[in-house]
Structure formats: C-alpha cells, structure tokens
Design a protein around this ligand. Structure first.
Ligand SMILES: [Zn+2]
Length: 277
C-alpha cells in the first residue's frame, strides 16, 4: 500500500531518534537529523523541504522551526512512534517535529516525496497555528480536518479513492462513522478514511474558502475547542456540516458538479399532453 500519511503523536520520541546525531540545517527554519549514513536521502529531504515553502505560504507559513528526523527503516519509524502494524505509514508529525522513513527504503519518487514532506509540514503548521507547544495536543483536532487539510494542501488527491468510491464504501458500511471514529478506522482502512477526510475537507473548503478557515485555527489558539471554533468561525455548527456532507455523499450530489448551467437563451420544449387524451 502506498498511501502515505501520518497521525498525531502523543508519546515522546525515544530510542530510534536518540542516535540521529548528525544535524544539517535547511535555511533558518529547519534542521534535518540522521545517523549520517544516508546522505543521498538527506539531500532529497532537504530539497523537498525547500519545495514546501509555497504550499505552507498558503496558510501564512510555519510560525516555529521544525526538526525533521529521517529514520532508515519502517521498523524504526514504528518504534519511534510507538505503533505496530501500520505498514502504510511513512511519516509522523507533531508540533515542531517530523519523523520520516528514508525515501529510498520505500522507493519514493521526487514528486511523491515532495508531497509527503509538504503534507507533514502542513500538520506542523496546523498544530502551531491552533495551539502552543503546551496546548496543541489537547486541541483534539479531528482526523478528517487535519488529514483533509494536509492532503489537499500537498496536492495528493490522485493517491486516494474518488468521491464515488467513498460514497459506495459508506453505503456498504453505514455503521462506520469516520467523523467520530476516524482514528480507529484509519488503521485498517487508511485509503478509505483518508479519502473521506479529503472529500469532507474539499466540501467545506469549496463552501467557505481558505480565508474563512484561517479563523478556525485562530479561535482554537485563543482557547476554544475545535467544535466551538469551527461553529463560531464559520457560522455553522459542526454537526450540521457533518450531516450536510453525509447527505451530499449519499445523494451523489457531486455528480452535478461541473455541469454547465443552462444558457439564458436556451429554448425549452413545451411539455406535450400524454397520448390518448
Ligand atoms: Zn497526515
């Protein structure tokens, strides 16, 4: 499985990271740490960080410096983030740290690596803009919001199932509630859960625009919970948004998106009386 994603880290970094003592700066905002034995990977990661600046600028840039740890293998990544069985996982982000599996170990192309690094740094940006080093982990930003934001900002849409696929998956499993149980479901259904998150994000980005989403982060940083910040900034209770998106999926309302409206001079044929009358 090649879907690359990450998740919220709540445990402190431990042993696999402690031996990454070689630190290389990237500009003034970043440092890349490794064991010094994977130079080719480090050069590619440094380039990907530089390429991420435009995407991060859409959200005002990263307020705080970030350290990117590059571990050599997937096993080291899982040990560093205290998770087992996440074969699809390639990176992990927290407030000011990213842990990245060396791209050569999963044969990542340059575009894929650029997108993954921007994805992870978008997570850091979200955490930094919605909280402080002390409060970010307690904000409980739901998976659909943080993954949808990161996937969309990183341009990774093509890696995930479509709206139609997502609607079909949900209609086959109506008991699955990604809004409420995204974290638990993501382990076994990462593609479906991340696709749902992307499409939910796009649904509300299309509705409100990026300029109205920035205040959601600002309200959280000022102390509000995610649900309250969402409702206050957008003038729409979170549960109403969630209901609207599920109806949008269920009714396949996305099928009408992109159809041109009728031209004003279109002549509509009159309805004919039924034959036999
Ligand atoms: Zn992610």
């Amino acid at each position: 499985m090649r879907w690359c994603a990450c998740a919220l880290v709540l445990a402190s970094a431990c042993s696999p990271l402690s031996r990454l003592v070689v630190s290389q700066p990237v500009g003034e905002r970043y440092s890349v740490r490794s064991d010094g034995l994977i130079d080719a990977d480090i050069g590619r990661v440094q380039a990907a960080i530089e390429h991420a600046s435009e995407g991060l600028a859409r959200w005002g840039g990263l307020p705080q410096p970030v350290t990117v740890y590059v571990v050599n293998t997937h096993e080291e990544l899982e040990r560093a983030v205290h998770r087992r069985g996440y074969d699809w996982l390639r990176a992990w982000a927290s407030y000011d740290e990213v842990i990245l599996q060396a791209p050569s170990s999963w044969r990542a192309g340059d575009e894929t690596l650029d997108q993954l690094v921007l994805h992870e740094l978008t997570h850091c940006l979200l955490f930094q803009r919605s909280g402080t080093r002390e409060t970010w982990a307690g904000k409980q930003v739901p998976l659909w919001f943080r993954e949808g934001m990161a996937i969309a900002n990183a341009g990774q849409q093509r890696q995930y199932p479509t709206l139609e696929d997502t609607a079909q998956w949900l209609s086959r499993h109506p008991e699955r509630d990604v809004f409420a149980d995204g974290e638990a479901l993501s382990r076994d259904f990462p593609a479906e859960v991340y696709a749902f998150s992307l499409h939910a994000w796009r649904f509300h980005e299309d509705r409100f625009g990026l300029e109205r989403l920035q205040p959601v982060l600002e309200q959280m940083r000022a102390g509000e919970s995610f649900a309250h910040a969402f409702g206050a900034a957008l003038g729409l209770p979170l549960e109403n948004f969630q209901r609207d998106f599920l109806v949008f999926l269920k009714l396949r309302a996305f099928r009408s998106i992109g159809r041109p409206p009728l031209r004003p001079d279109t002549k509509l044929l009159p309805l004919r009386a039924p034959p036999g009358d």
